[in-house]
Structures are given as C-alpha cells and as structure tokens.
Design a protein around this ligand. Structure first.
Ligand code: HEM
Length: 504
C-alpha cells in the first residue's frame, strides 16, 4: 500500500499493491482536531510509560467506557425496521384519528420486535412471548401500539408486573434462568394460565418476526368526530402466514445463530421480501362492551371473534432496514402513552400502569431529552413546548422564546383537539378484585381448538419444563389449572411428567 498526500489536505490517497485507488478522509477527535496517530499512543521514549497529556488516547478509551446504556428492563433483545402503513378501509365512522381517515392514506411507521425475558445477546430462539411494538408517525404526533404476538397477558394488575418479571429472569443467588421460579410464580397466579398455554404452544417459537401475528392485546377506545365512543382491539395478521420452528430447530438455531430473528428479518428486507401484516380490528359498541360476558378490560381474556368479527383496516409493511442499529432501534422509546386524538386509553388496569411505566423507564434509560432522538421525533409536526434544558439538550431549546405559561407574549396555548372524551366513573376507593376469576374457560376453549399435533407439542413442552422443577406442590397446582381448563390437557401433562420421572 502506497500513501500519497492529496492536493486537499483533509484527505489522503491510498494505492493498494493491486493498483486500487482509495481516497480516505482523515480522522478527527470529536472536537474536530486532527487525530495524530491512531495506532501508537504518546509514550516517554519508545519503551517508556504513556502520557496523561495524550488526550486522543484518553478520549478514545473514555468514550468506549460509556458506549453501553442501560438495556430495556424487559424486552431487551430485539430488532427493528421502518416502513409504511396504508389505509385500505376508511375508519371515520369509529375514530377521528388522522391515520385512519381516507382510503389510500399512507403513514410512515417503525416497528420493534423482541423477546421478553432475555438480555441483549441472549439467543433469539429460546421460547418466549415476543414483543410487537409499532409506531405510526401521524400528522397529530406519535401513535404507538406496543403489543405482543399474543392476544392476552400473564396478569391483570400492574402491581404484579415486577414480581412476574423477577420470576422469569435470573435467580438472585446463581444468576441463572430458573424453571423453578418461573413455575412457582405461574402455579400461584392462575390468571397466567391463558398466556402460559400460548407461550408453550407452537406459537412460542415463531420462525421469524414476519411469520407471527401481532396484537394490541388491551382494549382501547376510539372516538369519532361526533364524539361517539367505541372499544377497539387490534390484530396484525401476518401476510406471510404463521410459521413456527420446531423445538429441536429452535434449540439448534440458539447455538448456531444467536440472532436468528434479527438476521432473518434484516436479510428478508434487503432481498425485497418485505414483512407485512394486514391490520384488522374488532369494534365493540360502547355500552355492549361494558356489559360483555367477559370483562373486556381484563387483558388475560380475549373477546370472541364470533361476537365481534375482524374488520380490515390497512396494510403495515416494513421495507427499510435501520441505518444504524443503536440510533434507530436501541434508542427507540415506544410507549402506550403515545396516543393521538381519536384514540384513547381504556380503564384496563394493566394498560393504565403501562401509561406510566414506559416513559419513566425511558427517562432513566435514555435521559430526560429522549424525545429529541431522531427515531422518537414526530414527522412533519412542529414541537411547541415549555419544556427546557436537561442532560444532552441538542435542540435549539426554545432559543429566547418565553418559557412559561400563562404569558402575555404570544407563547403557545393548549390545543383542545387533545381533550379526551368524558365518561362517568362510580364506586369506592379500595384494592378491588376487578375481574371475573374464571381463568380456565378461555384456555380450555383454546386447547380444544388445537389440532392433535398442537396439543402434543404444547403438553410435551410444558412437561419438559414443569417436569424439571423440584417442587411437586407446584407441579400439582399447575396440573390442577390445566385440568380445570380441560381434563385432557391436565391428564396429558400429568402423564408426561410421570414418564419423565420414571426415566430419571
Ligand atoms: C417494554 C413495562 C406489560 C409489551 C417494556 C418496558 C417497560 C415495560 C418498563 C421497557 C420500555 C423501554 O425501556 O423502552 C411494562 C409493565 C407492564 C407491561 C409495567 C404491565 C403492568 C406489557 C404488555 C405488553 C407489553 C401487556 C403487550 C401487550 C412490551 C413491549 C416492549 C415492552 C413490546 C418493548 C418495546 C420496544 O420494543 O421498545 N415494558 N410492560 N408489556 N413491553 Fe411492557
């Protein structure tokens, strides 16, 4: 390799032994100063110690030490992509939300898919629920549907979330994932049965992110231009068809390609085989929803599609990979509290807890100004806010504009389009048990819908995991739950656990 000085002093001309020419820019420090030597530190003599005055060495090592930020407390391991949403069915009868008005309307989107329990770098294809978080860059600001690939959840009160997650992550003494803790929690939390049944079914191991359905899971509220309110449940149906890994393939992939899901989606997008979903909704009239046979705000239960069939809304397509993983995906801050006019929270307690939890986590994870990061900024919406300062202020920070309200200086004023629809509340303040504790009927229905092969996978996989734990009492409690759902479900698990014990 021969190096020539170029006429432009900011670049160098390289000619390789094969005669290939390359013009390279010169390295600068982050302060823009010329970086003298990127291979040899400043030392006192050739064999002498290094010098503290070598600021370039200091800056490089110091920045490296600060490269890692706290990972998400859950869903740490995930991947993202960008794309668009195209409305195929006008929804103005039900909601005034801009993105759902006028067939053909396109809205830019971002999506991040994830595993719940594993840390970053944990194998993608270990059985888990998968995050299905979507962001719509609407003309009224960010709208996020932060869902999963399952229509229900493990609990129905946010107070239980930290305990539940502790039980699924690492054992405090050994630092190991531990089936004993996982089943200890499930065995004592019967409301988890529905989600446990989905988790251990073939859907707990999708082939790739593009091959799973997504769900908003909660019931949300839509409000139309006349002020009429409806309950809505979101379903993203994969256009590629549901495809799952066998447990053996998932195990093999976990060791040969730790980031299988990340790679599969990245490659598919590069090759133009774009992951896409048809967004559908169940719409439930307001009063009917309040009186439905199950509590529609209990996220451990589904609303029957026979009662409220799916209505097509539009296409959700991911056609662009991130330009930079850290900036576009790791720093993304999706939150159920990102709502736009025409879409509101419901009284689902878990949703209510989540309205607080995400932006709180993001202020800790990314800092007070996390909304100024590119991926977290709305598109085509000017920000007029009285929020100022804080760590890493990189915007104009309001310049010299008035920074308080009310004021007599023409500062921005409240926008009534953001006002939520009024609704009455009644009752006593107390630690209420709000939901119907029938936690077995729906998992039973799901079990009975499964094919023989699916029932076998489900009960094999449960028996493998539940059969490995020490507590026979927890096995008994769990089998009792399966039996209440469907006697055949309970018997199969019990028989398979007994066979595992015999083989030991
Ligand atoms: C991520 C809390 C229930 C789906 C997170 C994060 C927190 C959190 C703190 C990390 C946010 C961040 O740092 O950006 C909770 C709490 C829950 C709850 C307190 C219940 C009380 C749920 C439910 C779903 C869900 C029911 C799905 C229906 C997700 C997803 C992510 C996530 C998909 C990852 C978002 C992303 O890709 O950036 N959750 N969560 N969570 N949660 Fe939850």
């Amino acid at each position: 390799m021969i190096v020539y000085q170029h006429a432009d002093e900011n670049v160098v001309l390289f000619v390789t032994n094969e005669g290939k020419k390359m013009v390279k820019t010169k390295i600068t420090t982050k302060g823009g100063q010329p970086f003298a030597n990127n291979e040899h530190s400043l030392s006192a003599g050739a064999r002498g110690p290094l010098l503290l005055q070598d600021y370039q060495l200091v800056e490089k090592l110091a920045h490296f030490n600060r490269e890692r930020i706290p990972e998400r407390v859950v869903h740490a391991n995930g991947s993202g992509a960008k794309g668009y949403f195209e409305l195929t069915n006008d929804m103005s009868a039900y909601t005034k939300a801009d993105l759902f008005q006028g067939v053909g309307k396109k809205t830019e989107v971002f999506a991040r898919f994830s595993q719940v329990a594993g840390e970053q770098g944990y194998p993608d294809t270990i059985r888990d629920v998968h995050g299905f978080a979507t962001r719509f860059y609407t003309k009224d600001g960010l709208y996020d549907i932060v869902g999963n690939n399952t229509p229900v959840f493990f609990l129905n009160d946010p107070l239980k979330f930290p305990d539940f997650i502790h039980s699924q992550k690492r054992e405090p003494q050994t630092g190991l994932r531990d089936a004993n803790m996982q089943w200890d929690y499930f065995a004592h939390a019967p409301e988890s049965l529905h989600q446990v049944t989905i988790l251990f079914s073939d859907r707990g191991l999708p082939y790739g992110y593009g091959y799973m359905h997504g769900y908003g899971s909660h019931t949300f509220k839509w409000v139309n231009a006349k002020g009429e309110q409806f309950w809505v449940k979101y379903h993203f149906r994969t256009d590629h068809g549901v495809k799952n890994l066998t447990p053996t393939d998932a195990e093999t992939l976990a060791s040969v390609n730790t980031n299988w899901y990340r790679q599969e989606m990245f490659d598919a997008i590069e090759e133009g085989d774009f992951p896409s979903w048809t967004l559908k909704v169940q719409i439930i009239p307001y009063e009917e929803g309040l009186n439905y046979k199950y509590d529609i705000f209990d996220v451990t239960k589904v609303v029957s599609q026979k009662d409220y069939p799916l209505i097509e809304v539009g296409k959700f397509v991911l056609d662009r990979n991130p330009d930079n993983f850290f900036k576009d995906v790791e720093e993304a801050a999706l939150a159920p509290s990102n709502l736009v006019p025409g879409i509101e929270a419901s009284m689902d307690k878990v949703l209510q807890g989540r309205l607080f939890a995400y932006s709180d986590a993001q202020r800790y994870r990314l800092g007070a100004n996390y909304q100024d990061i590119d991926v977290n900024q709305p598109h085509g919406v000017e920000i007029h806010s009285y929020e100022r300062d804080g760590h890493m202020t990189t915007t104009e920070n309001g310049g010299g504009d008035v920074n308080y309200e009310p004021n007599g200086q023409g500062g921005p004023v409240s926008d009534e389009r953001g006002t939520i629809a009024e609704y009455p509340v009644t009752g006593e303040v107390a630690n209420h048990l709000a939901y119907d504790p029938d936690y077995h009927s729906q998992p039973g229905d799901l079990y009975r819908l499964m094919t023989e092969a699916q029932k076998e996978i489900l009960t094999d996989e449960i028996a493998k995991s539940l059969g490995s734990i020490e507590s026979e009492e927890n096995q008994r409690l769990e089998i009792e739950q399966f039996t209440k759902a469907d006697p055949d479900y309970g018997q199969r698990v019990q028989k398979k656990i007994a066979e595992i014990k015999e083989r030991k």
